[in-house]
Design a protein around this ligand. Structure first.
Ligand code: GTP
Ligand code: MG
Length: 324
């Protein structure tokens, strides 16, 4: 914090008390929240500190060349399926919040656990937030074993070492989820986290903020979480991948009433998730993934599979013959 000349020594302990311990965590906390939490501090003083912090970390006016340089620092992580990576423009990119949505049991949690498994195998420090209690450390171990240990020639992956790269958090209520999201910057900085997986982001909010009368409150809570995650993705150059459920929306057609499936979370979520990936059934273990509403990717589809190895490519005919 001392790298900011506009901060006086009296303000530092006050900021630390509200969980701000670095310039990055200050930006993630946000100017309005800091002003609200520290009403005794002159607002103009806080504004000055933020202006300096934004400028220092490159969130201010910059030349195209400077911007190009920060963009070149982005990283990409695999989904475990080459076909899926391809329609995502390479995989799960830092700066972005990739959303996987689809009906119950379609394989969203499997996809997320594969993304986390592949990342930690490559030494990427990862945080996995499970809000539904459906993800297992043992499943991640199994995915890594099936993909990188069983039947694989040396060098084999050291499971013990790889697992150290994973921080697992079970949030059994929205209260815990909010606190965890607020405290994430500390973990992100100490462990150099580059990937945050959340399975699922909305379901705890949907069950606790129930019904239409709580909709506005729910959307506000969601917007606050998303804002934090989005800022973290940018400030720390990390990727966020999360799952989302669908709601059936009745649509009228000439052939009778039908349903179309929409991701939950409304426009608040639709606005920040990038890319959105819709997963649906493709027969047997096959799944069809479709990129929906992306600002930089064409609306494309691919087929992949959910197996013991998590998300994988559909074997080509040649590989089928090799297996036979
Ligand atoms: P909800 O969280 O209920 O909305 O579902 P989801 O979309 O997260 O589904 P999930 O990722 O839990 O996937 C369930 C599907 O994955 C089922 O079709 C299972 O058959 C398959 N699956 C889960 N675990 C395994 C496994 O260990 N091996 C194999 N082969 N398939 C699995
Ligand atoms: Mg799930």
């Amino acid at each position: 914090m001392t790298e900011l000349s506009s901060i006086d020594s009296g303000l530092i302990p006050k900021l630390e008390e509200i969980g701000v311990f670095s310039v990055e965590s200050l930006i993630v906390k946000g100017m309005n929240e800091v002003k609200a939490l520290l009403p005794e501090v002159d607002e103009k003083k806080i504004t000055r500190v933020f202006m300096e912090a934004w400028r220092k970390k490159g969130f201010w006016f910059m030349s195209a060349k400077e911007y190009e340089k920060t963009e070149s620092e982005r990283e990409v992580f695999t989904t475990g399926s080459k076909a899926l990576d391809e329609i995502l423009g390479g995989g799960i990119w830092t700066w972005n919040m990739a959303e996987f949505y689809g009906e119950q049991g379609i394989g969203k949690s499997q996809v997320l656990q594969t993304i986390a498994s592949e990342a930690i195998v490559k030494g990427v420090s990862t945080v996995f937030i499970d809000t539904e209690g459906t993800c297992r450390a043992s499943r991640i171990k199994e995915i890594i074993t099936k993909r990188h240990i069983e039947g694989v020639k040396e060098p084999k992956v050291n499971l013990e070492e790889v697992q150290k790269k994973l921080t697992f958090i079970q949030t059994i209520s929205t209260e815990i989820l909010f606190e965890v999201i607020d405290r994430l910057p500390l973990t992100v900085e100490t462990k150099n986290v580059k990937l945050i997986c959340i399975d699922s982001l909305i379901s705890p909010l949907r069950s606790e903020f129930h019904g239409r009368e709580m909709l506005a409150e729910r959307q506000f809570a969601l917007a606050r979480i998303l804002q934090k995650l989005r800022t973290m993705a940018r400030v720390y150059n990390l990727a966020v991948a999360f799952t989302n459920q669908v709601v059936a929306v009745p649509v009228q057609s000439y052939t009778g009433d039908m349903f179309s499936y929409k991701p939950t979370g409304g426009y608040v979520l639709g606005h920040v998730s990038e890319p959105r990936v819709w997963i649906r059934r493709g027969g047997g273990a096959k799944r069809i993934a479709r990129v929906v509403d992306s600002s930089w990717l064409p609306e494309r589809e691919c087929v992949f599979m959910i197996t013991d190895m998590g998300a994988v490519d559909v074997p080509s005919r040649r590989e089928d013959k090799d297996v036979a």
